[in-house]
Design a protein around this ligand. Structure first.
Ligand code: M6R
Length: 601
């Protein structure tokens, strides 16, 4: 996730900017940069790579700059990690740093190019620098206000102009915090960066734009009316602050899912056309000609692939094979097959090897990944980025739900190109998709209820997760999470398969999590395990009249279409395993024997 910092005060800005940037390192980054006001001009230093290396360059240049500057750590979303794509971006005497996604940047880029602006990066953010420059006639605040009117998407932005006595900051759907020091104002994406300097912070609200001077901040709301800034005193320590006040990164990342899903969707759907915009590197004709899809993935990403199996068949009329990458041995990929690699890191050795092998059979290939410029992106013809920011906890959470959303977007695109899905059917799916972040938020609000259940069964020696159809892969994912962070042997099973063997394991000591938001058939499976004495924790749709009659505990989830219900159930099982592991006092973010990215076969 990108990070922004800024400083206006009575000290030289450079050292403070580098220090605050380092305090945002935990968010992950691939490049960094600063812009400093110096002798009536702006000095920019930026590069791909480590902040510490950039700081050495700054020092070797004699630490230029005065008491005003902006800085950035970049986590690539548009354009690979490189010196050119690093922020700040400049236009004349304007320099900006931006966090978020400008959804209409291609239109704005075209317009600005026609007006004579020359772009030096592939980023969406650079359009902002030129737009502000276009409107700048000596009043930086007015220029930023006018520029932002044209911007669709999310942003936290800090803007510097060589001739302006103040900085301008603005936010919409991306966080931005101001810190009040005695003789300076600090700006950052997150509180931890500010803590060594001040514990008095002002959180900017959506739609607000601020003029930042060394001794004061003037915040204007959406209507341009001044807002009396409320100062909040931070009482957390730096470690807790890095986790945003959450006890673990995993819990923080579970809670980031509404935002992560919004970012995955941003700029990619058109409800009017009933279609999805994705750069797949394939024409509609090619998509029409496809006969199959072969998905290659590992672990949690493999579960995402399993969900794609039923979805692609229904929505795009395409049969799907889903292969565990490490078992992709002598499989021949048939002609007219689309290869799809799913890997959040983009670096999983088994997935890369299997993809390479599969590609020798020809055919088009795509990847779904979270990491811009990762190795998988070099192997394939097109990439769908999940854009959910770096995930620090070893257990995949927000990257998984964003993969599910990317798969849904891809299914709709394929379905529309193949005329298997009408615009109206696609529109209905897309309208519901836009509601998904809000629905996920409502599941997160059930955390206390889920915590109590998790703690009650934390001593279990074995767990079962059962589901059907779209919820079967989620039952596998629930079991994987329980194994991985709570170390409880867990089975994920298709409801209908229980009676073919695993029922022998069910006793009164086996809690069974039944994913029961879609269809009634699962209720007979619940009865089967209840009859063997098992306690059943059912995830059911709000208002389901029957489920309480058969389950021991019911966690009610919002009503939605079955495919989205898979995402809601995921969030509930993530919380269940999190609170189980937490009760057991386990090292949740770094479970034993596991690595975040498995780069060996
Ligand atoms: O980076 P990838 O998505 O390729 O990683 C694949 C698996 O190693 C990964 O999903 C793993 O199963 C998760 N950490 C489980 O939470």
């Amino acid at each position: 996730m990108c990070g922004i910092v800024a400083y206006v005060g009575d000290l030289v800005a450079g050292p403070i900017l580098f220090d605050t940037l380092k305090r945002l390192e935990y968010r992950g980054y691939d490049s960094a940069g600063v812009a400093l006001k110096s002798e009536g001009a702006i000095v920019v230093l930026k590069s791909a790579g480590r902040i510490a290396d950039l700081e050495k360059v700054y020092q070797s240049r004699g630490c230029p700059g005065e008491g005003m500057g902006i800085g950035h750590t970049r986590w690539a979303t548009h354009g690979r990690p490189s010196d050119r794509n690093a922020h700040p971006h400049t236009s004349g005497e304007i320099a900006i740093v931006h966090n978020g996604i400008i959804e209409n940047y291609l239109d704005l880029r075209e317009l600005l190019t026609e007006m004579g602006y020359v772009f030096s990066s592939e980023t969406d953010s650079e359009v902002l620098a030129h737009l502000i420059h276009f409107y700048f006639k000596g009043d930086l605040y007015a220029a930023v206000c006018r520029a932002l009117v044209h911007v669709e998407g999310s942003y936290a932005v800090a803007v510097l102009a060589a001739s302006s006595p103040y900085l301008v900051c603005a936010r919409k759907d991306s966080p931005l915090v101001l810190g009040k020091g005695k003789t300076a104002i600090y700006v950052a994406s997150d509180v931890p960066a500010l803590l060594p300097y001040t514990k008095d912070v002002i959180r900017m609200k959506d739609g607000e734009i601020a003029r930042v001077f060394a001794d004061r901040v003037e915040i204007m709301d959406r209507e341009g009316q001044p807002r009396l800034a409320q100062v909040e005193r931070i009482t957390w320590d730096a470690d807790a602050a890095e986790k945003g006040g959450y006890t673990h990164f995993m819990l923080k990342e579970i809670h980031e899912q509404p935002r992560a899903i919004r970012e995955t969707i941003a700029g990619r759907i058109s409800e009017i056309d009933g279609d999805v915009r994705l750069k797949l590197g394939m024409s509609d004709e090619e998509i029409k000609g496809l006969e199959r899809v072969t998905i290659i993935a590992c672990g949690t990403s493999y579960h995402a692939g399993m969900l794609a199996k039923n979805l692609f068949a229904r929505v795009a009329g395409l049969p799907v094979d889903v292969e565990v990458a490490s078992e992709f041995l002598n499989i021949q990929v048939r002609p007219r097959t689309l290869l799809l690699g799913i890997t959040q890191s983009g670096e999983t050795a088994d997935t890369l090897l299997a993809l390479k092998k599969a590609k020798t059979c020809g055919g088009r290939s795509l990847a779904i990944t979270n990491v811009v410029g990762s190795t998988v992106t070099e192997l394939v013809d097109g990439t769908i980025y999940t854009r959910c920011g770096p995930e620090i906890g070893v257990a995949a959470t927000k990257t998984f739900t964003s993969q599910l959303v990317a798969i849904i977007l891809l299914a709709i695109r394929l379905g529309r190109a193949r005329a298997h899905l009408t615009p109206d059917q696609a529109r209905k799916m897309l309208i519901e998709l836009t509601k998904l972040p809000g629905l996920v938020q409502r599941v997160l609000e059930k955390r206390e209820e889920i915590r109590k259940i998790a703690e009650r069964y934390a001593g279990a020696s074995c767990y079962f997760f059962i589901g059907r159809d779209y919820l079967y892969p989620i039952s596998l994912e629930g079991a994987l999470k329980m194994k991985e962070i709570a170390y409880i042997p867990s089975e994920g099973y298709a409801g209908g398969e229980l009676k073919h063997g695993p029922l022998a394991l069910i006793t009164e000591k086996t809690p069974v999590v039944a994913l029961a938001t879609c269809g009634k058939k699962i209720q007979s499976n619940i009865k089967e395990v209840r009859a063997r004495g098992a306690e059943v924790i059912a995830l059911a749709t709000e208002g389901d009249p029957d489920i309480a009659k058969v389950a021991s505990h019911v966690i009610e989830l919002p009503q939605t279409q079955p495919i989205y219900s898979a995402v809601l159930c995921t969030v509930a099982v993530q919380l269940l395993s999190y609170y189980t592991a937490n009760k057991l006092g386990l090292p949740i973010d770094k479970p034993r024997n596991l690595a975040k990215c498995v780069t060996v076969e």
